[in-house]
Write a protein that binds this ligand. Structure first.
Ligand code: NAD
Length: 284
């Protein structure tokens, strides 16, 4: 049976570090603050917002919410973003996407100051991930994968890593971050041929395809580490990932479960970014 890589174990050490940093900032009169901007009442956004709010409270980070109606005018939303950019008491901004269709998402995202972009959605943040520079922040989910590898002492140097999925939210930044950790990285996507063979040759596999159970036993072999980013609700109403867990856990060396794996670490990473943003903004 594979070793389970558990989000709660990663969070325990991550959260300890965050708490110490928050205390140190508070002693200097700095109170890290996250602003959450939500347009509409999408269930998945509200659920993530609740988790993020609770994690902020537990770790001593202030959290303010800005909820706008589904039919908000683009200029109104931009005014909110501009005000948050200007507000020195706000260190990080989380903006839920996708935005309603009538809004120019690219324009709105890139109105956000990359220094406050704690979820890594602006072009500036992504440029930083690709260039290996602190221009903004890495997308939280991609970084959660790296935190899991670090926590369990997995050295990526010289390892073969395969990332399934090329979205800007997870796949592409995760691939870049693995490369910065000295792995040799292959990105698979819907047009990849013979994905089974490519995945079987990897030491580390990050699966972010957004399709429940899209990879299973035939893709894997002994000794591999599998990070499953997918989150879905299956026909029985239970949460499941992109990996067929039951088939795979008997084959590989280590695997993240769903729930309780990558997703569990994402909100801790978000809060750690707010704290880092507060530190950076007060260095200036
Ligand atoms: P997305 O749909 O934007 O991208 C999916 C990518 O996977 C695409 O690049 C596509 O080419 C590729 N793909 C799809 N089917 C494939 C297949 N059969 N073979 C190879 N490649 C395939 O999704 P996303 O935003 O990157 O999210 C991926 C998954 O991660 C989703 O299940 C999402 O719910 C989940 N997610 C989890 C968290 C978290 O905190 N755990 C955060 C964000 C997203």
């Amino acid at each position: 049976m594979a070793r389970q890589l558990l989000g709660k174990e990663v969070n325990a050490s991550l959260n300890e570090k965050i708490k110490q940093e928050v205390t140190a900032l508070q002693e200097k009169g700095i109170f890290p603050k996250l602003a959450i901007v939500r347009v509409g009442e999408k269930e998945s956004d509200i659920s993530y917002e609740k988790g993020a709010t609770k994690r902020c409270e537990t770790l001593g980070v202030v959290c303010e919410k800005y909820v706008l109606p589904e039919d908000v005018a683009e200029e109104e939303l931009l005014k909110v973003i501009d005000a948050l950019n200007e507000d020195v008491s706000v260190h990080g901004v989380l903006l839920f996407r996708p935005l309603p269709k009538h809004l120019n998402e690219d324009r709105i995202i890139n109105a956000l100051d990359p220094q406050k972009d704690v979820d890594g959605i602006t072009d500036g943040s992504l440029a930083g991930v690709f260039a290996g520079k602190e221009l903004g922040f890495a997308p939280c989910t991609a970084q959660a994968c790296m935190e899991i590898l670090d926590h369990y002492g997995m050295d990526c140097t010289g390892k073969k890593a395969v990332v399934i999925g090329r979205s800007l939210v997870v796949g592409r930044p995760a691939a870049m971050m693995l490369m910065h950790k000295n792995a040799t990285v292959t990105i698979c996507h819907t047009r990849t041929t013979d994905m089974e063979k490519i995945v079987r040759e990897a030491d580390i596999v990050v699966v972010a395809a957004g399709k429940p159970g899209v990879v299973g036993a035939t893709y894997f072999t002994s000794g591999q580490t599998v990070l499953d980013v997918g989150i879905h609700v299956n026909a029985e109403g239970k949460l499941c990932g992109d990996v067929n867990y039951d088939e795979t856990e008997g084959v590989v060396e280590a695997i993240t479960p769903v729930p309780g794996g990558v997703g569990a670490v994402t909100t801790s990473v978000l809060v750690s970014h707010v704290v880092e943003a507060a530190k950076r903004q007060n260095k200036k």
